[in-house]
Design a protein around this ligand. Structure first.
Ligand code: 1GP
Length: 261
């Protein structure tokens, strides 16, 4: 814990522990896979069971979030229960101010850069920042870019989706994220998307962006994960596939194929 003195007041800022841990794993492992759980899908006990299975397959972190998650009490229950069953970091992936929960290890403090509504670019962040400070959560600054229609995230976030066939536009936003000092960038095709983020787009972003590059949306096979990894993704997010009963064989292969041997 880093203690910062301010006149008349002492403020504690969490060190970048989770961020450093993720970077270290990526450095030694190669691309990593993380599992995304929607806090509103099932009970806390069910979420915790899935999280444990995801971890057993080789995923390196559990994200908890959802574009339409509004029940903070339920979210806190889910996070607490997951934390009892896994040793991997549990990171919040909020779609709104209701996505902040005190028991998580960190939060992706994300800016939906290509929203046409300022609420999703800076206003929700300003409101949520107070809770993040109160809970002493580690905030990981992240640019969130929606590609194509982006599914529910695109709809709720009023995204002006980046045309999938225009990698240069994604690179332009990525460079802006770089200059803003955002240390993580998430290229999002949307939960359950038919069309994944293309390797051309991932590659174009990788060329200009030096931070940790996350890619998600519609990735359900080792082949798709490997393609994203080879194009430059540091982190692959899988969510929807975890809703299928028997996801372990495919998830194990995903984790295996993207890690550097
Ligand atoms: C959604 O990118 C994530 O925000 C994961 O997408 O649910 O399609 O795996 P899927």
């Amino acid at each position: 814990m880093l203690t910062v003195s301010t006149p008349g007041k002492r403020v504690c800022l969490p060190l970048r522990q989770i961020e450093s841990r993720l970077r270290d794993i990526i450095k030694s492992n190669g691309t990593i896979c993380v599992g995304l759980l929607d806090s509103e899908n099932g009970s806390p006990a069910e979420a915790a069971k899935i999280a444990a299975r995801v971890e057993m397959c080789g995923a390196k972190a559990i994200l908890v979030g959802g574009s339409t998650a509004v029940d903070q009490i339920e979210l806190e229950d889910v996070v607490k229960t997951i934390k009892k069953t896994v040793t991997s970091p549990v990171i919040l992936f909020p779609g709104n101010v209701t996505g902040v929960s005190p028991s998580a290890d960190a939060i992706f403090f994300s800016c939906l850069m290509n929203s046409d509504n300022p609420y999703f670019i800076t206003e929700a962040q300003a409101l949520g920042a107070l809770a993040i400070r109160k809970y002493n959560l580690e905030a990981i600054p992240m640019a969130y870019l929606i590609v194509g229609d982006g599914g529910a995230a695109g709809f709720i976030g009023r995204a002006k989706g980046i045309p999938p066939q225009k990698p240069a536009l994604a690179a332009m936003y990525a460079l802006a994220a770089q200059y803003f000092g955002m240390r993580f960038l998430y290229l999002e095709a949307g939960s359950g998307a038919d069309g994944k983020v293309s390797s051309a787009m991932i590659g174009a972003v990788r060329k200009v962006y030096e931070g940790t590059l996350i890619v998600g949306g519609g990735i359900t096979s080792p082949e798709a994960a490997e393609t994203a990894s080879k194009a430059g993704a540091d982190v692959i997010v899988v969510g929807t596939m975890l809703e299928n009963g028997d996801f372990e064989p495919v998830l194990k292969r995903i984790c295996n194929v993207i890690s550097r041997k």
